[in-house]
Design a protein around this ligand. Structure first.
Ligand SMILES: C[S@@+](CC[C@H](N)C(=O)[O-])C[C@H]1O[C@@H](n2cnc3c(N)ncnc32)[C@H](O)[C@@H]1O
Length: 256
């Protein structure tokens, strides 16, 4: 199967919503708020959210900072959900969700004051193309805010296989590799802020959700087409990699 489609299928799967809820990144909306503050969002701003999922962050930022949000995601299903949630929450005038590929989107040059990309860059097969697109649509001096997984070195084979199997592709980079990619795209003032704690808390939260899901499965109230035992094994391996510093999560800010 096409790797991008495989990734999209994974992130629109019901299991993902069961395990992670609507905000699909460590730190959830508090980290989104921090990112918005770091890149100085305001009601005058036009902001692009690349890999916006079901629009949770875009809708939150539109409400919190009053900025005009455009969200793009490769999943038609996610975009449909984002549109209906935005209407339900009365922010449709400030939000616009479109289906699009992060590596090439149909938006004009020098349009946005800021671009955000949360927990999605690690999923894009061609990061050079994706970051060049972000650079292209940003206005001069515009801000980039990314939050993403960091992998510092070679992962144990069993965890690589498990990650590939469960989330299709996780091509996260180290801080120096992200720096190279962003510099190549033209960005400057690149800063990192490690968020290991947020990743550890997310894992704890997922474990709690699995516990609840297992109870519901045992009571016949939930059916999931997944081997919960394998998911638990993977989470244990992940915890070890996070504790050792091999895997972390980071906020990256930069400027055009
Ligand atoms: C981990 S989720 C993050 C969603 C959202 N940013 C959040 O933090 O809640 C990754 C999202 O990236 C989207 N995605 C994956 N590959 C993509 C691509 N090539 N172009 C656009 N979106 C993509 C998936 O459909 C998914 O919604």
């Amino acid at each position: 199967m096409d790797i991008k489609q495989c990734c999209v299928d994974f992130y629109q799967n019901e299991l993902v919503r069961v395990l992670f809820g609507d905000s699909l990144h460590p730190g959830a909306l508090s980290l989104t708020e921090k990112l918005g503050t770091e890149i100085k969002l305001s009601r005058e701003n036009k902001v692009l959210d690349v890999g916006c999922g079901v629009g949770t962050s875009s809708i939150f930022l539109a409400k919190k900072f009053g900025c005009a949000m455009t969200g793009i995601d490769l999943s038609q299903k996610n975009i449909k959900i984002a549109d209906s949630v935005a209407s339900e929450q009365g922010v449709e005038a400030l939000t616009n969700f479109v289906v699009g590929d992060a590596e090439k989107f149909d938006l004009s040059d020098n349009t946005f004051d800021s671009v955000i990309c949360e927990c999605s860059l690690c999923l894009f097969p061609d990061k050079d193309k994706a970051t060049k697109e972000m650079f292209r649509v940003l206005k001069k001096d515009g801000h980039l805010g990314i939050s993403d997984v960091v992998i510092r070195g070679e992962l144990p084979e069993e965890i690589q296989n498990a990650l590939f199997k469960f989330i299709c592709v996780l091509d996260a980079k180290s801080e120096s590799e992200y720096t190279q990619i962003l510099e190549k795209a033209g960005f400057r003032n690149i800063c990192f802020d490690d968020k290991k704690k947020e990743l550890q808390n997310l894992l704890k939260d997922v474990k709690r959700r699995i516990f609840v899901a297992e109870l519901a499965i045992n009571m016949g109230r939930l059916k999931l087409n997944v081997d919960i035992k394998k998911v638990k094994e993977m989470l244990k391996l992940l915890s070890e990699c996070i504790s050792s510093g091999l895997i972390s999560y980071t906020l990256i800010t930069a400027q055009k």
